[in-house]
Write a protein that binds this ligand. Structure first.
Ligand code: FES
Length: 351
């Protein structure tokens, strides 16, 4: 191999030796160390290696071509419902498998060929390019302004005042549609999230049987889901309302209840709590009978029902709201009012 086979480099930094760079750095620690000397690849100095790389790239592109032909052939050859067994995938659609395989191979080989070409055969000489001023040259600016004036003249915007004025009006008004949408970030009308379907005298209805609950229906250590009487799953808006009114009814020994207000709001150890987690609103539904803890499956917030549904674990920021309950003259469990605080997640105003 002659020295003419070695590509010439003309950048000054490539002529700098390592020792000269080191000397510069020793003298002035802030001096530009430049780039390390360029190292030639085997393909730059050995024509046979370059030819090998060329053949590899060509092979990859050829495999890609063949894969594309195979893709088209598969599309024609395989019926859409043909199932075949292919280890280790099991039973798969022959058409889908062959289309995926051939198209994937075709694309992969194009990419691999391009990368191999760039890494082994294209020039890899380091190039430095000075930063240019960002500001345009005065002649360029003048040309842009001249073009703009010419465009304005040709559009006759100065002469056709009706078009100009209505266009400005349209452009000025159109952002208002975005401003109007901001209304949805404000409070809901009528304080909709603050109130639920619970009200004084509403009976607690078993959500599964749809029967009003009597105290004797609720055994110690049991968990019952309830909703207010009068709600029907087929009603329009049922899901919105049950998302706020869903209730858990649990019975404990009255002596187990530590919180004084909880005891007052309960009936013979029966307590009613919102089922909507105060973290981000999942239904709290895992009940631990021995401890009377309830767990939200979403992020494991855990509430202690013996202590005002206090949060004892997890990300929830507030206890579950309690519904004050009593017994109607007919002997059914009933609400003595709505929840006194907003149910659900803590991310909105909880008053
Ligand atoms: S929604 Fe209940 S813990 Fe996150």
């Amino acid at each position: 191999m002659s020295s003419q086979d070695i590509p010439e480099t003309s950048l000054p930094h490539e002529q700098a030796t390592e020792s000269s760079v080191a000397t510069r750095v020793d003298k002035d620690p802030f001096a530009d160390p430049g780039l390390p000397p360029h190292e030639h690849r085997i393909q730059d100095i050995d024509e046979r290696a370059a030819k090998r790389s060329e053949r590899t790239v060509a092979l990859l592109f050829t495999v890609s071509m063949l894969s594309t032909v195979a893709f088209i052939a598969s599309f024609v050859a395989f019926p859409i419902d043909k199932i075949v067994y292919i280890w280790p995938f099991g039973r798969v659609s022959a058409l889908n498998f062959s289309l995926g395989l051939t198209l994937g191979l075709a694309l992969f080989c194009i990419g691999a060929g391009a990368v191999h070409w760039a890494r082994t055969l294209m020039s890899d000489v380091e190039v430095a390019d000075e930063r240019h001023a960002i500001e345009a040259e005065p002649e360029v600016k003048a040309k842009v302004m001249a073009d703009f004036r010419q465009g304005a003249k040709e559009s006759a915007i100065g002469r056709r005042k009706l078009i100009r004025n209505t266009m400005f009006g349209a452009l000025a008004l159109v952002p208002l549609s975005g401003v109007v949408l901001l209304r949805d970030l404000g409070p809901l009308p009528e304080d909709k999230l603050r109130h639920t379907k619970w009200a004084k005298g509403k009976l607690l209805v078993n959500q599964n049987t749809k029967e009003p609950l009597r105290p004797e229906d609720v055994a110690v250590g049991s968990l019952t889901f309830a909703m207010p009487e009068g709600m029907d799953e087929h009603d329009h808006g049922f899901l919105n309302e049950i998302a706020k009114a869903a209730l858990m009814v649990v019975r404990m020994e009255p002596d187990d209840i530590k919180d004084k207000r909880e005891l007052e709001w309960s009936h013979e150890g029966i307590v009613a709590y919102s089922k909507i987690c105060t973290h981000v609103g999942c239904p709290v539904s895992l009940y631990e009978q021995q401890t009377h803890h309830v767990l939200c499956p979403c992020h494991q917030s855990t509430f202690d029902l013996t202590d005002g549904a206090r949060v004892i674990f997890g990300p929830a920021g507030h206890p579950l709201p309690q519904l004050r309950i009593g017994v109607s003259e007919e002997g059914y469990l009933q609400a003595l009012g709505d929840f006194e605080e907003p149910v659900g997640p803590s991310f909105w105003e909880r008053g």
